[in-house]
Design a binder for this molecule. Structure first.
Ligand code: HEM
Length: 153
C-alpha cells in the first residue's frame, strides 16, 4: 500500500494540519490590550476651600472633589454630574452643603472660596435632614478623601 492510499497517513496528516493551524493562528493573534491604569488612591487629608477649588475637574485628567457636611468626597466617577458640562458642575471643587440642603444648584448657594466655611446654622430642620440624607448618599457612593477646614490666610 503506498503512503498516499494508506488511511492512517490521512489521519496523521489531518491531525498535524490541525495542530499547526492552531499553533500559527494563536501566534498571529494580536496581544491582549494593556490593562487600563487605575487611578491612584487618594490619601485622606484636610482641604481648605481654596485647596478644594483646585479639584474642580476643569480638565479631563483632574480629580473632582466636593464637600458635604464638612466631609470631602472624590466624586470623579460622577463626572457626568459634576464635570464642566454636567448639571451639578457648580458643586465641583466646592462645599455643596447649602445647595444640597436647599435643593438648589444656584451659584448663590456656594460660600466664597476665600471666605470662612459655611456654618450652615441658619438651615431649618427639613433642610438639615435633607443635607444629612445627601451625606449618607455620598458616603455610600463615593470615597471619603478628606475633611474641610478653614482657609489659612
Ligand atoms: C430639575 C429637576 C431635577 C432633575 C430632573 C434631577 C434629576 C436627577 C437624576 C436623574 C439624578 C441621577 C440619579 C441617580 O442615577 O442616582 C440626579 C442626581 C442628583 N441630583 Fe438631581 N435633579 C434635579 C434637581 C436637582 C437639584 C435642584 C439639585 C441640587 C441640589 C440636584 C442634585 C443632585 C445630586 C447631588 C445628585 C446625585 C449625583 C451623584 O450621585 O453623584 N438635583 N438628579
Amino acid at each position: 500500500m503506498s503512503s498516499l492510499t494508506n488511511p492512517v497517513n490521512w489521519v496523521l496528516a489531518a491531525v498535524l494540519g490541525y495542530i499547526s493551524y492552531n499553533y500559527f493562528s494563536a501566534s498571529a493573534a494580536p496581544p491582549p490590550p494593556a490593562p487600563r491604569p487605575r487611578p491612584l488612591a487618594m490619601v485622606f487629608r484636610e482641604y481648605t476651600p481654596k485647596e478644594l477649588a483646585e479639584f474642580d475637574g476643569r480638565t479631563e485628567d483632574t480629580r473632582i472633589l466636593m464637600a458635604v457636611q464638612g466631609k470631602v468626597f472624590d466624586v470623579t466617577r460622577g463626572r457626568n454630574f459634576y464635570g464642566p458640562d454636567g448639571p451639578y458642575g457648580n458643586f465641583a471643587g466646592r462645599d455643596a452643603s447649602r445647595g444640597l440642603a436647599k435643593n438648589s444648584f444656584e451659584k448663590s448657594m456656594l460660600a466664597p472660596i476665600d471666605g470662612p466655611v459655611d456654618k450652615l446654622d441658619n438651615l431649618d430642620d427639613d433642610e438639615k435632614e435633607a443635607l444629612s440624607d445627601w451625606a449618607v448618599h455620598f458616603e455610600g457612593k463615593y470615597q471619603l478623601v478628606g475633611k474641610l477646614i478653614e482657609n489659612k490666610d
